[in-house]
Write a protein of this length. Structure first.
Length: 85
């Protein structure tokens, strides 16, 4: 990084009038992004098996434990798919 250049630019920007700052902001926003910000990789791609297991347990424990379970009939193939021909 060129520290002297940044310091000089900061001094120049500090001396601008509000109208000049507004114009500078417009010009900067019109510039194409030269820095390609790499998106962070998803958790499932970077986590270790232990981290994934811990996250799953935390997710499971975040649900109320006293919820009624579905009956065997409610999850049977027939009730899910019905009369498929």
């Amino acid at each position: 990084m060129n520290v002297k250049l940044v310091e000089a630019l900061a001094q120049i920007v500090g001396s601008l009038t509000p109208e000049e700052r507004s114009l500078l902001e417009e010009k900067l926003q019109a510039l194409p992004d030269t820095v390609s910000e790499e998106k962070p990789r998803p958790f499932h791609e970077t986590a270790t098996p232990a981290e994934r297991a811990k996250a799953f347990r935390e997710w499971a424990e975040s649900h109320p434990p006293n919820q009624p379970h579905l009956s065997d009939e409610a999850i049977s193939r027939e009730s899910i798919y019905g009369e498929r021909g």
